[in-house]
Design a protein around this ligand. Structure first.
Ligand code: PMP
Length: 423
């Protein structure tokens, strides 16, 4: 019997693990194995995964192309923990990322490896922007999500998450995200006005931080022209533009970076989640070379060099980003999801859809319906989660590598769940 076949009583979690746990409440079973787009629980039941580790598993679970590279590396006694020492695994990753991802896109960025989570990448970005400009204020957007540490929380919108901080969250000012006023207010009218008005009370900002599609905030899509206008505003006003691509990067919207479609070049970019390709923790903060004002060790961390993650990240880049086959496939599958969701929207009142590429939301006027749909989908063997300020959106993040057949199977389950809940 292997470890994976041993039994685990649910009371282990309910009695000993903190009440802070969350996803296990939405999906109340004990999982043991996973492959591609499927998870298996201890009873042998299979679940189709339309959440993909909140976007950390864009290439599916245990992708064989990365698994073999990882197993070979470990068997060979490759470095596992290396602080930020120079290692072959890190060097190979930097080479692959630079030559296959950055250079073909004309992007000239220095690469910082902060701690291995998304919020670490955001903290590094905020600190760097403040150090470069000597200013402390950051502009964020309504319904933004950037992470749970204090700096990232200060630029995050969700009131429940913010309340968890227990201290004032300062030096950040929210501005309306695209379409916040349903098109009745001119884009950036308020932002430009308060920047111009010496009596507005807004301190001159160091940077703007933005998601091109707000994942946690309810799958809110910024239009390309809105992003271009934002980039233009930042350039004119000498404000640094940070794109947080932690959830929408690595192909989620089609292209490797979610801002490519808009044709903008951010000053700073954050990546994490799917950058390792295998669900292993890894994060990157990318920035214009002239912004590299760090002194050695000024931003530090024990787990910055996750070498097994470098190995799988290199395999992901080499297998999926040397051409645009995956990017095109993402657009095609995204269209398929959009088609299915549009059909549902036409059939049922109080239902609409929004998204880009393979991040799609099914938006319910009656907010509680979204959670009920996810609960019903789970009963039928599908993992999906809600997002948005009132959890009113069923958010779909299937693995980008999912087969068309599995995608259709999952969409059928969701359709049945919607019928059951609001039909
Ligand atoms: N930024 C964005 C856009 C995210 O979606 C997330 C996580 N959902 C984070 C930052 C924080 O990442 P992590 O949970 O790895 O700290």
């Amino acid at each position: 019997m292997t470890l994976l076949d041993s039994t685990v009583d649910d009371s282990v979690f309910t009695q000993h693990e903190s009440d802070v746990r969350s996803y296990c409440r939405s999906w109340p079973t004990v999982f043991n194995r996973a492959s591609g787009s499927w998870l298996t629980d201890v009873s042998g039941r299979q679940y189709l995964d339309f959440f993909a580790g909140a976007g950390a598993l864009n290439y599916g679970h245990n992708n064989p192309l990365m698994k073999s590279a990882l197993i070979d590396y470990i068997s060979d006694d490759g470095i596992t923990h290396g602080l930020d020492m120079a290692t072959v695994a890190k060097g190979r990753f930097i080479e692959a990322f630079t030559s296959t991802v950055l250079e073909p896109r004309g992007l000239d960025y220095k690469i910082q490896f902060p701690g291995p989570t998304g919020t670490n990448a955001v903290e590094a970005a905020l600190k760097l922007a403040r150090k470069v400009t000597g200013r402390e204020s950051i502009i964020s957007f309504t319904n933004a999500f950037h992470g749970m540490t204090l700096g990232s929380l200060s630029v995050t919108g969700n009131s429940m998450k913010r309340a968890g901080a227990g201290v004032p969250l300062v030096h950040a000012t929210p501005m309306p995200f695209d379409n916040y006023f349903g098109g009745v207010m001119e884009d950036f009218a308020w932002f430009e006005r308060v920047l111009d008005d010496s009596g507005s009370g807004l301190n001159r900002p160091a940077a703007v931080i933005v998601e091109t599609v707000q994942g946690e905030g309810g799958v809110n899509v910024a239009r390309a022209e809105w992003l271009r206008a934002l980039a233009d505003l930042c350039r004119r006003r000498d404000i640094l533009l940070i794109v947080d691509d932690v959830q929408m990067g690595c192909g989620r919207t089609g292209a490797f970076f979610s801002f490519e479609e808009a044709g903008i070049t951010p000053d700073i970019v954050t990546l994490s989640k799917s950058i390792s390709g295998y669900g292993l923790p890894l994060a990157l903060t990318l920035f214009r070379p002239d912004l590299d004002v760090w002194t050695p060790g000024e931003h530090n961390g024990t787990f910055r060099g996750n070498n097994p993650a470098f190995v799988t990240a290199t395999a992901a880049i080499e297998n999926y980003w040397r051409d645009d086959v995956l990017a095109q496939d993402v657009l095609a599958k995204g269209d398929r999801i959009h088609e299915a969701f549009t059909e549902l929207g036409n059939r049922f009142d109080g239902l609409s859809t929004r998204g880009r590429g393979m991040v799609r939301g099914l938006v319910f006027d009656e907010a509680t319906a979204a959670g009920k749909v996810c609960a019903s989908a789970f009963e039928a063997g599908l993992l999906a989660e809600t997002s948005g300020p009132s959890d009113e959106v069923v958010k779909l993040l299937p693995p980008l590598t999912i087969s068309h057949e599995d995608l259709n199977t999952g969409l059928e389950i969701l359709t049945d769940s919607v019928k059951e809940v609001i039909g």
